[in-house]
Design a protein around this ligand. Sequence first.
Ligand SMILES: NC(=O)c1ccc[n+]([C@@H]2O[C@H](COP(=O)([O-])OP(=O)(O)OC[C@H]3O[C@@H](n4cnc5c(N)ncnc54)[C@H](O)[C@@H]3O)[C@@H](O)[C@H]2O)c1
Length: 385
Amino acid sequence: MNRRDFTKASLLAGTALITGASSSFAADPSPKRIRTGLIGCGSVSNQYLPQLTKSPFVEVVSLCDIKPERAKRQAERYHIEHHYPNIEAMLAGEPFDFLIDTTDMQQHEGINRRALEAGKHVWSEKPIANSLAAGQELLRLANGKNLRLWGAPITVQSPQFAFMARQLGQGKLGRVAAAHADYGHEGPGWSAFFYEKGGGSMPDLAVYNLTSLTGLLGPVKRVTAMVSIVTPERTVDDKGRIKVTEEDNAMLLLDHGNGVISHVQSGFNYFNPNGHNGSKETRHTISIVGSGGFMGLVGYDWEPLGVDLATKVSPILERHVTDAQGYIWQQGAVLAAECLATGKELLVTPEQALHVLEIIIAARESSRTGQHIALTSTFKWPIVS
Ligand SMILES: NC(=O)c1ccc[n+]([C@@H]2O[C@H](COP(=O)([O-])OP(=O)(O)OC[C@H]3O[C@@H](n4cnc5c(N)ncnc54)[C@H](O)[C@@H]3O)[C@@H](O)[C@H]2O)c1
């Protein structure tokens, strides 16, 4: 998949929903604006910056990229005054309070640490760090300095997630038994880091389903998995022909306790006749079944289109929550800025992001050793009551 097609499909979805994304604006015409810097001016910055520059809670004061021409180009495109070629220059330059980290997956841990040390709140693309221990250390650092640290993805913020969580909470599915979730595409074609150590299809793609399923069914006690590399070499824009060293194909079994077992499958070799256009994906990409009901999420969890529900009491499959109510996957950093400005909390937490990171690392260990891997981390659940 090339960068332009990927961006176009996601942007179409984003702009269709953009009008609902800043509803609090009507209530307060002049809220506090959080002075914000964004580091990493690649593909996803094209998704973030339109949201950030429209938000009444954000003032983007600076951009940064180690490819300085990218920072310059985005600064011109989005009318941002300052741009820098590295994090140190950015921290020493125009003052700001909130850093948004959209760099390569391998860079997040170090950049997030440096920003927290410098007293900045942080919103990080996934993952927050490359190991559970390092992520927990970052969270301790943030808490110790009274700073906030959040990480993508934000699937738990959607109204479809809330609806599903409420059905489960109200026991509509009876005794919950099993769930399945899947997400894949043919893999990004622009940057090598997706396929190199610290990358892989789990931290890039499975992370969405893992966030949704742990959010719906609770923290995981143990993980069993098989992961593999289907395409050992690829051609990417930034490095040409590369060796793929991280999984591009993954099957995970998750034990949520109380007998509930879920399955997540994800990879970079998934042909989809709809390409990566979220609005065209109408399958159930998440399904949950229990002794008294079935529930299926229509479309992807990052761009949900509805929820189908059938129960013993009402056995005809009915569609609910077809309106996204302003939710878009690109708005995480905007919600974080709103929280910094107004105190309105997010449902997204760093504890859940770190739990999902531990699942990903455990899945690799399980695949390597053939063992079930017990997890140590957890997070506050249920998320929606
Ligand atoms: N592309 C998407 O649509 C998309 C969607 C959701 C999430 N993400 C996530 O966003 C992150 C970035 O992905 P991308 O597709 O934008 O990648 P990308 O390669 O297009 O952009 C990353 C940018 O970060 C810059 N960078 C790397 N190290 C840096 C450093 N130390 N200091 C400053 N800049 C640095 C690179 O030069 C590059 O411009 C990843 O975590 C990815 O999983 C991407």
